[in-house]
Design a protein around this ligand. Structure first.
Ligand code: NAP
Length: 293
């Protein structure tokens, strides 16, 4: 058996064009466009590239671009003041604080400065709680992109055994919650899991988000499983993931490549969230009560 390779670029294109159509409908209905504010602190090169891609994609979807770049030694009060100004600006539908922040800043405290209605990264404590409670809200972009990929590929979720490798606030935990919300039976594995291969080999759906290159090999995968690789590693020969693609492609039923799998969906879902936040804001309902996804 050779797995069906899920084309994340094509699926992301489709998600982006739906977000652009929704942004255009918003413009026609309200005489202004949704706005995305990106905040970058410092000069980390990878972060600068991510932010540039997000801003370019937002502009291409008809979303207004607001960008703030602070020096690497900006104080927490300075970053907080920028976030507060954006929070009060009606033209700004969504705020994205690029992570990681320089070490002297309290990341969790600054994220919580973002109003949940503008939390297009879905990372505030309130957004996390709404997701855990199964209530409507803005969801983190990478895990919601994974759900989009699974749906587009036609992988059944309800009743499926799903294993998520990784329990970070950014990926693993919200991924598990989203799968649970879709009625999968979910197991979360992490660095202290005993017999990882024994656990993952039970999965109909295996999400690799450990941040360890090539950790998932053929022996970790059940025949016919959907294997989604969230990992991103820069190597001498380009990008690689957490899944040993060549070793797994003969066993899995579906597989995502790196690059060209989950990565493109992350930005596409950010655009979707921004338009959803704008729409919920004009509907008079805060995004955390009005956005059902
Ligand atoms: P992270 O914060 O480092 O979390 C990694 C998780 O994996 C932790 O929960 C850790 O367990 C677990 N883990 C580490 N080693 C393991 C092992 N040997 N066996 C089982 N579990 C193990 O990373 P992250 O932010 O979630 O990101 C994960 C990966 O996804 C990274 O490669 C990152 O670059 C990538 N990523 C991609 C996108 C995208 O757009 N495609 C977006 C975000 C992240 P403990 O909790 O026990 O330490």
């Amino acid at each position: 058996m050779t797995a069906t390779v899920i084309d994340g670029r094509e699926i992301a294109r489709d998600v982006r064009s739906r977000a652009a159509a929704a942004a255009e409908r918003f413009r026609l209905d309200h005489g202004r466009v949704p706005g995305l504010a990106t905040v970058l602190v410092g000069d980390d090169q990878a972060s600068a590239v991510y932010i540039a891609n997000k801003r370019r994609s937002a502009a291409a979807a008809g979303i207004a671009d607001f960008h703030e770049h602070l020096d690497a030694d900006a104080s927490e009060a300075e970053v907080a003041a920028v976030l507060d100004t954006l929070a009060a600006d009606d033209r700004v539908s969504g705020i994205l604080l690029q992570l990681p922040l320089p070490g002297h800043l309290d990341q969790a405290r600054l994220i919580d400065r973002i109003p949940p209605a503008k939390d297009v990264d879905g990372l505030t404590t309130l957004s996390q709680g709404l997701l855990a409670g199964g209530r409507p809200g803005l969801r983190p972009c990478t895990p919601s992109g994974v759900i989009e990929l699974l749906d587009a590929a036609g992988v059944p979720l309800a009743g499926a055994r799903a294993v998520v490798v990784g329990r970070s606030v950014l990926v693993g935990r919200p991924m598990a919650q989203l799968l649970l919300q879709r009625d999968a039976t979910v197991t979360v594995a992490h660095s202290r899991t005993a017999d990882l291969a024994g656990v993952t080999a039970q999965a109909d759906i295996l999400i690799a988000a450990a941040g360890v290159q090539g950790i998932i090999t053929g022996r970790h995968v059940r025949a016919g499983a959907a294997v989604i690789d969230v990992g991103i590693h820069r190597t001498g020969s380009g990008l690689a993931g957490d899944v040993d693609f060549d070793d797994v492609v003969g066993t899995a039923g579906w597989i995502t490549p790196v690059p060209g799998g989950v990565g493109p969906l992350t930005i596409a879902m950010l655009l979707t969230n921004t338009v959803a936040a704008a729409t919920a804001a004009v509907a008079g309902s805060a995004a955390h009560t009005g956005v059902a996804r």
